[in-house]
Design a protein around this ligand. Structure first.
Ligand code: PAF
Length: 284
């Protein structure tokens, strides 16, 4: 696997692949790779000839007081995993390479309506940072296809809209969430959990499943279901952030009669803010 840190070298390599008519897939990450990321690489390999993974802890998507400084950096171990997965190229740029005029002078990409809801409300500016860096990575790599995890449901929705709104010719593919045997969604932030917290954190997935079952059983009092879920999470040791039932297509709060739904949840366990989601399709 080739590792590139400079944009100029990346551009030259990408140009050569394009001249050779290779189809390119992009898997953007912030490193500290786990099985969830590796599944994205495997999926990307099915979809393209050349898989380019990126590792960049994007400062624009962290708010003040968040975990930017302590975000785990495990480049050598990440490289090993990427090599084993058969990734072709790693682009691991420095901050100056990505934001040459500095963070504060960077042109920002903002997807309206959904960027300030849910995770965007708890983390102001987060999705502007995500949309900006993904747009830049598209411009740098010029992929044919980009694979993102469905665990970050709202992020995936925003990236899809950004890609469409800016008429960017990239196929965005969502990849199913990887979970441990207890159902906990794999996430770099699980590393902040103690063993005891990790066990308690499985309540997030269980609560999503229970709420899904109640919806499927015909319960349509969405606010009551969300409040019950939040109270349940609190009783299991979580601190509240949000738990909503949204329309899976628009991401707006679900209205009576909506059939394609997504439960979106975020909650704090110890030092970790965990997110997860569950799609629910009700019979029409
Ligand atoms: O999901 C992530 O790891 C990040 O938000 C992404 C898409 C790599 C952008 O920095």
């Amino acid at each position: 696997m080739q590792t590139i840190t400079k944009l100029q070298e990346l551009r030259k390599t990408v140009r050569d692949h394009r001249l050779n008519r290779k189809k390119i897939a992009m898997v953007a990450t912030m490193g500290n790779l786990h099985e969830g990321h590796i599944a994205l690489i495997h999926q990307a390999k099915e979809l393209a000839d050349i898989v380019i993974a990126t590792i960049f802890v994007n400062p624009l998507q962290f708010g003040s007081g968040e975990d930017l400084e302590k975000y785990p950096k495990t480049l050598e171990a990440d490289k090993e995993q990427l090599i084993s997965a058969g990734c072709h190229l790693l682009f691991a740029p420095t901050e100056t390479e990505v934001y040459p005029h500095g963070r504060d002078n960077q042109t920002i990409v903002e997807v309206p309506a959904t960027s300030n809801l849910y995770c965007g409300s708890s983390r102001p500016g987060h999705f502007q940072g995500v949309a900006t860096v993904v747009c830049k990575l598209y411009a740098m790599i010029q992929p044919d296809v980009a694979v993102f995890g469905q665990k970050d449901y709202q992020q995936l929705h925003i990236i899809r809209q950004m890609t469409q709104d800016l008429s960017i010719d990239v196929e965005v593919v969502g990849s199913p969430t990887k979970r441990n045997s207890e159902g906990l969604a794999l996430s770099s932030r699980n590393g902040y959990l103690t063993q005891a917290e990790r066990e308690k954190a499985t309540a997030l997935y269980r609560t999503l499943q229970e709420t899904k079952q109640q919806l499927e059983a015909g319960c349509s009092d969405f606010p009551l279901l969300c409040e019950t879920a939040q109270a349940n999470l609190e009783s299991q040791g979580f601190k509240r952030d949000y738990f909503v039932i949204a329309n899976a297509n628009t991401l707006m709060l679900a209205q009576p009669g909506d059939k394609h739904l997504v439960l979106l949840a975020a909650a704090y366990m110890g030092a970790a803010r965990l997110i997860d989601n569950q799609v629910v399709d009700l019979p029409s």
